[in-house]
Design a protein. Structure first.
Length: 318
């Protein structure tokens, strides 16, 4: 993570637009894997007959496509795309400011202090943002579960889901499992920093592309470390669908339950990593374009206005 430069208003706006568009594309491309992941994590909580449950990833893909159609994999995609409006805005207004302050105050020469600080600020930024976007995650999780439930679906759409959640338990249900989600975020960020540092020490490549690839691999491995917490979070969200506590039933079913859908999670993370690389490249090019425009404006501002007037008068005389 390099030093964050002070952004102009034009750069901030372009960064927000590019970030939102790329994030929306990532969400849309990874929607089928996300839907299947959530279904496999939670299906035993609302599909009670074992013969109706999906045996795995391929069974879920085949049956959902045959029974509900190909577009079922993009159910709720709009609400999940809208999640990235506040997400991207908060990343720019809060995340970038915290990173900039951190890089100004903490030197990389103090290796241990830098690594510990990096873990802290990444966890802090993601946790703050999560508080504002978590209701989107809850609504989307229930809509994904409805895809798995098929004819037994509870909701008619995102608005119906949100209204029903608020009528049943209000904000308490809308933030069900939030503490586990925060813990999952913290574990992911800490694991990411540690794994990235280990891979960096082991690797003999130090160019920018190699570092980005190492970061992508580190993030993928970090999501596996925190994946059981993600599964626990999704199962806690489903609390309102049944009376039995999901956490108790999860423990009774064994540790392997917490790893269901992890392959789909890998697909989602790889798409996210590719999208992140594209977004960073576009934002970098956008920043360079904004700088060039600002430089042209400065050059033009140094030229006296009379110069243009005198040129016009000369043309008229000729």
């Amino acid at each position: 993570m390099g030093v964050t430069e002070e952004k102009t208003p034009e750069h901030t706006v372009s960064s927000f637009i590019i970030g939102f568009i790329i994030n929306a594309m990532i969400v849309s491309l990874s929607a089928p894997s996300t839907i299947i992941q959530i279904i496999l994590q939670t299906q035993d909580l609302y599909i009670f007959r074992s013969e109706q449950q999906y045996s795995g990833m391929l069974d879920a893909i085949t049956r959902i496509r045959e029974e509900q159609g190909f577009l079922a994999f993009w159910t709720g995609n709009t609400i999940f795309c809208l999640r990235y409006i506040p997400y991207q805005l908060l990343q720019i207004l809060i995340g970038d400011k915290i990173k900039q302050y951190f890089n100004q105050k903490v030197s990389k020469k103090n290796y241990l202090g830098y690594i510990l600080g990096l873990m802290l600020i990444l966890s802090l930024i993601e946790s703050i943002i999560l508080f504002f976007v978590y209701p989107f995650d809850v609504v989307y999780s229930h809509i994904a579960a409805d895809v798995g439930a098929g004819s037994q679906a509870e909701f008619q759409g995102a608005l119906d889901c949100f209204t029903d959640i608020m009528s049943r338990g209000g904000l308490q249900l809308l933030y069900e499992g939030f503490e586990i989600a925060v813990l999952c975020t913290i574990v992911t960020q800490i694991s990411f920093v540690i794994i990235e540092q280990i891979l960096g020490k082991l690797s003999s490549y130090h160019d920018a592309l190699a570092k980005k690839n190492l970061s992508s691999v580190a993030y993928l491995l970090a999501t596996y470390v925190s994946y059981p917490l993600d599964t626990m979070n999704k199962r806690m969200i489903m609390n309102m669908r049944k009376t039995e506590r999901p956490l108790k039933s999860s423990i009774e079913k064994g540790i392997m339950l917490f790893l269901r859908g992890s392959l789909m999670n890998s697909v989602r993370v790889m798409i996210k990593n590719m999208g992140t690389s594209i977004r960073e490249k576009l934002q970098e090019q956008s920043a360079q374009s904004v700088k060039k425009v600002e430089q042209i404006k400065k050059i033009l501002s140094t030229i006296p206005k009379d110069t243009f007037l005198e040129s016009d008068e000369t043309d008229l005389i000729l």
